[in-house]
Design a protein around this ligand. Sequence first.
Ligand SMILES: NC(=O)c1ccc[n+]([C@@H]2O[C@H](COP(=O)([O-])OP(=O)(O)OC[C@H]3O[C@@H](n4cnc5c(N)ncnc54)[C@H](OP(=O)(O)O)[C@@H]3O)[C@@H](O)[C@H]2O)c1
Length: 370
Amino acid sequence: MKKVAVFGATGSIGKQALDVIDKLGWQVVAATAGSNLHLLQELAYKYSIPQIAVRSLKNELADDLVKRNKLISFAEAIEVAKEKADVVVNAVSGFAGLEITIAFSNTSKRIALANKESVVCGGKLLKGVKAEIVPIDSEHTSLLMLSEFVKRPYIARFGITASGGAIRDVDNPRDLSAEEVLRHPNWNMGAKITVDSATMFNKALEVVEACWYFDVDVEDVEVVLHRQSYVHSFLRLVDGSLIFAVSDPDMRFAINYALTYPEVRGSFRKEFNVNGDMEFCRIDEEKYPLFFYALDKFKSYGESAMVALNAADECAVEDFLRGSIRFGEVIDRIIDVVERVELKQEFTTIREIEEFDKYVRERYKETFGK
Ligand SMILES: NC(=O)c1ccc[n+]([C@@H]2O[C@H](COP(=O)([O-])OP(=O)(O)OC[C@H]3O[C@@H](n4cnc5c(N)ncnc54)[C@H](OP(=O)(O)O)[C@@H]3O)[C@@H](O)[C@H]2O)c1
């Protein structure tokens, strides 16, 4: 039985991870949240998790929990995980997840990494570290699975699919509200990634993620729009043939494989049935300008472009979810801020990345206020 620590346990991925871990019969030694102590406590009770922590404490119930040594500090949770866990699931959303990945990067643990911002913003620091980093993302986890079966010299390109998010059938999405954009047609995910799915910034993050995991250039990663989200990824072989990874759109497949890799096992199983068509088409440049813009910047400026884009995206999406701007402005604001900052930074420490992230957020606030 393996021992697991789950960071971001109250989120969409975190809750599904607890379910998958439970079905595997493994034990959760510690779990954390940002601030939702109420839900974290419920989950701790449901899954018999001995110790929990939140990043920021807003709850008066805490005293009693602290006395019972149930609620520990965030730093202590990292120590408990270092001491007791074989696997760390990082399901924290956004840039905040990088610090957690870095904290475990020089341990001999597996980091099952949903927090894509970690490798997108801190990829250079995470190359060659002692920890084994395995992706939790339907595209990358299935690519990992496919690449277990095909020898590397036979692979010409790595392919991932995009659903197109909530705007794919909307002619003019600029005026959409958060409520409308949060109605994702295929996936039930956290709010931030659901908006990023509609701007397709999420897909740009995933291309960069694929470059990191499979050691390839942007040109070696192909993206196609696939409405049904049955096909998550594909390999294009040197002879022109294609191998697809297909499953229901259910993140538990990816979580399960990231935990048990390279084995394919677990009590979590589903019969897959294709009902209806499977469509594939190119990404429309007019509809998804941020996808093309982000990858152009990445090609020219590397990681510093991704840190800037990600920081601006987090600020703009927060404003959008709060209702202060409409969908089109999310994209306008990100591009505006990224155009204002110097993108030629080379990062050698996490502090430098954090400083640059902070600098970009300040430019955002300066430009658009709070
Ligand atoms: N959802 C998906 O299907 C999916 C698929 C692939 C990849 N991912 C990636 O997985 C990550 C998590 O996504 P999600 O959709 O599960 O997000 P989510 O539902 O918003 O959950 C985020 C989790 O992180 C915690 N958190 C937020 N800010 C934090 C901070 N500053 N410090 C510590 N913990 C913090 C939240 O705690 P509170 O509940 O207290 O706020 C929550 O537990 C993202 O990087 C996303 O891109 C998600």
